[in-house]
Each structure stands twice: as structure tokens, then as C-alpha cells.
Design a protein around this ligand. Structure first.
Ligand code: NAP
Length: 541
């Protein structure tokens, strides 16, 4: 991995045009773009290097689940072609090397304060500045505050009683230590079988003396069908990067994957099965969209779901274990589909045990392992928590931002996120969120989502400058209308009724799907239309 910048090797000022919080894909591009526009910019990053989610999630098996040829920057032909991916889905070490390559090539690290957390930020209306405090005791003033903190950065804390008494070692996939974690010969327990757990399980099993997987809900997981880079695609995409970027901005998911255009009922049962099998062999998220009505019609969805369950039954030799691994409480694609490399095969190993914690919930962690409610005790040397994130609100809340009335950005989000375009929230002038709730966010290729958002914010700042304006924030009515539009777009999807980190559940049981499901292409058109009309829906002063 490339070296991180030495914070002592240069002197930062106390006053900036833009402060960017987070040095993942969004933050790194933001620093580049704002600097290119002639603005003074400072990045603040809690980790010791760039990478964001790929810096922290360095667990064994971590890998992107979107094709690498699109999950990368589209800044220029030179940046694109200066890097050649090794595999269809890059593994975490390569992703981290890549983002270091970009940051080093563009000489961006000198603008970032590493090992530094933003601890508070307060809008000063008279000065039209945020006053930002850091964990290292600095006070920085900025006209614009850009939260590029990602949706999956604030990890859920392990809620299990007794963890303090555990005499072994415990780690989280979301903050895997930057040192060797001994796996070989150890009795390892892993809690959580979402994307992170599903990726980690096969790699942990290869080394563990014994691996016990504590599963609360089985998830649909399909083979990633990872393979070496398809050179022809890389050549094609890299031949004209601006044209490729324009193409991705017009795609539903900011990638190349196909989507079914006809409902399942348009095909015979034989045709349906052949289509599903073909997609299974191709691999990837397109498994969630083989038929045009798969996300809204339970019967169409069940065709694909049952196909995947049957694959699990064929793969896992023990029929009892196979059945426990079959998701039956939610339709396929209503939680993020997992892409795996050998996940279900892992349960055929002698050194792997599946524990269903819905049948026998975890009671407590003891000095030597995990106790379940059925009286069983699992002796462990290492516990791995793969239990997910406080998405959408977590990272914004943890930065402790306040306006002049002492309110936090999410104080008026008690019935779900209130944003305009997922970019800003009312009452907080000049505070931007990259890939925030109310945008397509994690539903599309995040690198392109980040690039589009940063470009939109940068253009907006230039617009303010050119017109002698000081601040921008959403009008309350426009924010309400956008939030309703986002909610309406999700009204018919099966996904709304399945509990997962993208759904906000109100006290009265009503639900709000937090990202915008209408498609990245449609979102881009709406966001750009607002900009073209002088930032329609926003109050500019
Ligand atoms: P997640 O999808 O939220 O999964 C968390 C898992 O922990 C679930 O299986 C959950 O069970 C379990 N869990 C949570 N609390 C528990 C408890 N108290 N007791 C027992 N089990 C508990 O989190 P994730 O796997 O970290 O993935 C989050 C997102 O990160 C993904 O959806 C994806 O967007 C992203 N991600 C992407 C990649 C990739 O690109 N390849 C890799 C990893 C993650 P329940 O289901 O029962 O709640």
C-alpha cells in the first residue's frame, strides 16, 4: 500500500473554501475537483490513509460486487488507463492500491488531515461559515462543508452482553485491524451473514481450526463468477472515458448490467428457467432484475428465489443445513443480493458449523465463547462481528453538526430522511452530503454516484461564486416534495416491506425506503434539471 501523507510535512491554514470530510472515493474526487476549480480545500479523514470503506473493511474475502471496469473513477483517459484491474471484481487490497494510485497521481494527499475526526461543526450565520472542530484540537473555518462520509461507515456496535469478559480476541469486519489477525488453527465464530459475512466465511473456513457461523437470517447469495479482467471490455471502456462517463450517467445503475424488459408472464416456464440459469452462469446483480416485474410482483420474484434455493439444496450436502441456508422470509433482491465465491460450498467442510440463532438466540458472550439460549456453549478463540452499519444517518450524526438554532441535520428526520435530491437538508446552508439518503446512493455504482454528486456540488459552488451569492439550502416545501417523491417511487416495491438497513420504520409501523429507487439515470436528469434552472427548489442568498 502506498504511504500516507505526513500531516506534519505541511502547514494547513485555518480557513478554507471547502472542507471535505472522508477520504473514500467521494472525498478523494471532491478534493481533486474543488482544487481544480481554484478553491482552497481541506480533507479530514479518521483513518491513516485514503480509501474510506475500502480502508476499513479489510477483512479476508472483502471484494467489490460491481464490475471493476465501472467501479472506478472516470476522471480522464489517463487516470483510467494508468490502472489495469486484475479481476472482474477487485479484491480489497487492489481497491486500496487503486485509490492510492489516484490520490498519488493527482497529488491529493497533501490536502488531507489523516488520523483526524471531525468532532463538531457549527454554522455561523453572520460569517456564513462552518466552524469545525477536530479530534486533534484544531478549529477550521469553511464556507462549504461536504460530508463524503459514505453510507456504510458507522458500524453497529456489538450489542451482546458479556463481550467485556471475553478472554479471546474479537474484531469487526467493518473495522478490520490493519495488522495480521491470526486465523490459522483458531476456533473462530462469526456473527452476521450479510454481504460482509458471506464474503468472509469461505476465507475464514480455509484457515480456522473450526468456524462456527451464527446466522440470524439466511440471505440470497449467488456466485460472483469472478474471473480475470476482460481485457476487451477494459479496452473498450478506456478508449474514450468521457463518453463512457456519459453512458454510465444514463444507466439505471451506473454500470453495464442488463435489466429485464418483459415480465415473467411473457415467457413459458421453460424459457423462464433458461433465462434464470443463463443469468446464474453470468453472475452479478442482474439476478435481481431478470424480469421487469421481479421487484414488484411476488410470483415473478418467487421463480428466481426458488431457483436460487434449489441451487443451495444441490450444493449443500446436509439437507438440514441446506434448508437453514435457504431464505424463505423475504423475496430475492429485497435485501442486497450477496455475491460470493464458494459460500454455500463452505458448509460441506468438516470444520464448519452453522448455528441458527433465530431458533436459539445468542444469550451472552462468556469468557471463552458464545452461549445460546438452548443451553449450548461454543468455545471460541476469535469472534468476528459482521453485523452491519447505521446507514444513512450514522455518519452525518457522528460529526456533530449544528445550525445556529442548535439543531442537528437529522433532527427533522424522525419520519424518515428529509433531503432535497439527497444532497442537502433544510436548515443547514452550504452543508452537502455525497450520496445521501434520498439519492440513489448505494443502489447504484457508488463511484459514479460520488462523481456525479461532487460534480453537482462543485458546479453549484461555481454558480454561487459567479453570481455573488453566499449560501444555498433547500426550501422546506421542495424538500418535502422530494422526500414524498422518493417515498412514492418505492411505494410498490416488494423491498419496502422487508426489514433491512435501507428501510426506515416509523413508530406507527409505516415505512420509508431511504434511497431513491427510480434509477440513477432518472435521478441524474432531475438533479441536473434543478441545476439548469438556477438550482430550482433551493434558496440561494
Ligand atoms: P448487513 O447486510 O446489514 O448484514 C448484517 C448481518 O448481521 C445480518 O446477517 C444480520 O442479521 C446480522 N446481525 C445483525 N445484528 C445481529 C444480532 N444482534 N444477532 C445476530 N445477527 C445479527 O451488513 P453487511 O454484511 O456489512 O453489509 C452491509 C452492506 O455493505 C451491504 O448491503 C453492501 O451494500 C455493503 N457491502 C458490500 C460489499 C461488496 O461490495 N462486495 C461487501 C460487504 C458489504 P439479520 O439479517 O437477521 O438482521
Amino acid at each position: 500500500m502506498a504511504s500516507t501523507a505526513d500531516n506534519n510535512s505541511f502547514t494547513q491554514a485555518d480557513e478554507y473554501d471547502v472542507v471535505v470530510v472522508g477520504a473514500g472515493f467521494g472525498g478523494v474526487y471532491g478534493i481533486h475537483r474543488f482544487r481544480q476549480d481554484g478553491l482552497s480545500v481541506l480533507g479530514i479523514e479518521g483513518g491513516s490513509g485514503v480509501g474510506g470503506v475500502w480502508f476499513h473493511n479489510r477483512y479476508p474475502g472483502a471484494r467489490v460486487d460491481i464490475d471493476s471496469v465501472v467501479y472506478c473513477y472516470h476522471i480522464s483517459n489517463e487516470i483510467y488507463r494508468g490502472w489495469k484491474w486484475k479481476e472482474r471484481y477487485a479484491a480489497q487490497p487492489e481497491l486500496l492500491e487503486y485509490i492510492n494510485y489516484v490520490a498519488d497521481t493527482l497529488d491529493l494527499k497533501k490536502h488531507i488531515l489523516f488520523n483526524t475526526w471531525m468532532t463538531a461543526g457549527e454554522w455561523q450565520p453572520a460569517e456564513k461559515r462552518y466552524v469545525i472542530k477536530t479530534s486533534t484540537g484544531r478549529t477550521i473555518r469553511a464556507k462549504f462543508l461536504v460530508m463524503a462520509t459514505g453510507q456504510l461507515s458507522e458500524a453497529r456496535k456489538p450489542p451482546f452482553p458479556g463481550l467485556d469478559e471475553f478472554k479471546g480476541e474479537w474484531v469487526q469486519t467493518s473495522h478490520w485491524p490493519d495488522r495480521e489477525v491470526k486465523l490459522a488453527g483458531r476456533r473462530i465464530g462469526i456473527i452476521g451473514t450479510g454481504s460482509s459475512g458471506v464474503q468472509a466465511v469461505p476465507r475464514l473456513a480455509e484457515q480456522a481450526r473450526h468456524l462456527t457461523v451464527f446466522q440470524r437470517s439466511p440471505n440470497y447469495s449467488v456466485p460472483a463468477q469472478n474471473k480475470p479482467l476482460d481485457e476487451a471490455t477494459w479496452e473498450m471502456v478506456g478508449a474514450d472515458v468521457p463518453a463512457e462517463k456519459a453512458r454510465l450517467l444514463k444507466h439505471f445503475g451506473a454500470q453495464h448490467r442488463p435489466r429485464g424488459t418483459q415480465p415473467a408472464s411473457a415467457f413459458t416456464p421453460e424459457e423462464q428457467q433458461a433465462m434464470i440459469e443463463k443469468q446464474w452462469n453470468a453472475g452479478g446483480h442482474a439476478m435481481s432484475a431478470i424480469f421487469s416485474d421481479q421487484t414488484t410482483n411476488a410470483a415473478s420474484n418467487e421463480l428466481v428465489a426458488e431457483f436460487v434455493r434449489n441451487k443451495i439444496r444441490q450444493t449443500v450436502k446436509d439437507p438440514v443445513v441446506a434448508e437453514k441456508l435457504c431464505p424463505k422470509d423475504h423475496p430475492i433482491g429485497t435485501r442486497r443480493l450477496c455475491l460470493d465465491i464458494g459460500y454455500h460450498e463452505t458448509y460441506n467442510r468438516d470444520n464448519v458449523t452453522l448455528v441458527d440463532v433465530r431458533e436459539a438466540p445468542i444469550e451472552r458472550i462468556t469468557a471463552t465463547g458464545i452461549q445460546t439460549r438452548d443451553g449450548k456453549h461454543y468455545e471460541l478463540d476469535l469472534i468476528v462481528f459482521a453485523i452491519g452499519f447505521d446507514a444513512f444517518k450514522g455518519a452525518v450524526n457522528s460529526a456533530n453538526i449544528r445550525n445556529e438554532h442548535g439543531r442537528a441535520p437529522t433532527d427533522h428526520w424522525d419520519r424518515g430522511p428529509q433531503t432535497l435530491l439527497g444532497l442537502m437538508t433544510s436548515g443547514f446552508p452550504n452543508l452537502f452530503m455525497v450520496a445521501g439518503a434520498g439519492s440513489t446512493s448505494v443502489l447504484a455504482n457508488m463511484v459514479m454516484v460520488d462523481e456525479h454528486h461532487v460534480d453537482w456540488i462543485a458546479d453549484c459552488i461555481q454558480h454561487l461564486k459567479k453570481n455573488g451569492l453566499q449560501s444555498i439550502e433547500p426550501e422546506v416545501g421542495a424538500e418535502r416534495d422530494w422526500s414524498q417523491f422518493v417515498a412514492d417511487a418505492a411505494g410498490k416495491i416488494l423491498r419496502l416491506n422487508v426489514n433491512n438497513y435501507m428501510v426506515h420504520v416509523n413508530k406507527d409501523g409505516s415505512r420509508v425506503f431511504m434511497p431513491y429507487v427510480g434509477g440513477f439515470d432518472k435521478y441524474v436528469a432531475l438533479a441536473d434539471a434543478s441545476a439548469a434552472k438556477g438550482y430550482e427548489g433551493f434558496k440561494l442568498q
